[in-house]
Write a new protein. Structure first.
Length: 245
């Protein structure tokens, strides 16, 4: 399996929710190159849709309806405080067969805090999600994509796969539906992890853009899998989940 696990010094465009400060992280390669997953180059026919910061009272349900329409499973990286406030929506996501990942309890930047506080934020969120769903998350996405080598290795020591993305819709910035669609259709290639947000401000382009993007990617020959399924695809196991019908 050839996973692209980003730790180069190139600057990534960031997802950060609307009320936060925006910065760009530099990510460095770990000794074994395995600290952060952003893409699987061994999965040329698959992509993973991911949704951050939810659940949201309106947008999460809209996203779920679209995914159900096309029979697609996605990965939702949930903020613990939002999950705790909306347990019914968390359960709805889980019961629909989607994967739920950890996005800290208060959307903190993990490189800005002591390890003990970061651990508390992560474990508190996993506790909330596991109490609602009966399953502990296995994936973690650092808010803002801010995660250096040391933080990534710490997160892995807690038992989580650290996940970023390779296609950024920047939907949090409300760029408009057309721009989100163009970005995803132009930039997506096999093995990509695509970043959306199901928690956003009024006027989010995400549901309408998603409704248009999915059939366009299907037309290009891509099938949709969760992040864990994408990670599991290897060169000698090209079709672990089967194509979309």
């Amino acid at each position: 399996m050839t996973l692209t696990r980003l730790f180069s010094k190139k600057v990534l465009s960031l997802l950060i929710c609307a009320a936060t400060v925006f910065t760009s992280p530099s990510l460095f390669a770990s000794a074994d190159g395995s600290a952060i997953v952003s893409k699987n180059t061994s999965a040329p026919h698959y992509v993973a849709l991911t949704f951050d910061d939810g659940p949201h009272a309106t947008y999460t349900d809209k996203v779920l309806s679209i995914l159900e329409k096309y029979g697609i499973k996605a990965t939702f990286f949930m903020v613990g405080s939002n999950a705790e406030a909306m347990p019914e929506t968390v359960k709805k996501v889980y019961d629909a067969g989607h994967e739920i990942g950890n996005h800290t309890y208060d959307h903190i930047y993990v490189t800005k805090h002591p390890r003990s506080y970061t651990k508390d934020q992560i474990e508190k969120t996993s506790g909330v999600i596991s109490r609602i769903t009966g399953e502990r998350p296995k994936l973690f996405r650092p808010p803002g994509g801010i995660c250096d080598k040391s933080a990534a290795e710490f997160i892995r020591s807690l038992g989580y796969e650290c996940v970023l993305w390779s296609v950024d819709t920047r939907d949090w910035a409300l760029p408009g539906v057309e721009k989100v669609v163009r970005t995803v259709v132009r930039e997506t290639s096999g093995g990509d992890i695509i970043l959306f947000h199901d928690f956003n401000r009024k006027g989010s382009p995400t549901p309408e853009a998603l409704e248009r993007i999915i059939p366009m990617l299907i037309e290009k020959g891509y099938s949709f899998v969760t992040v864990s399924e994408l990670i599991a695809i290897s060169e000698d196991k090209a079709d672990p989940v089967g194509p979309e019908e």
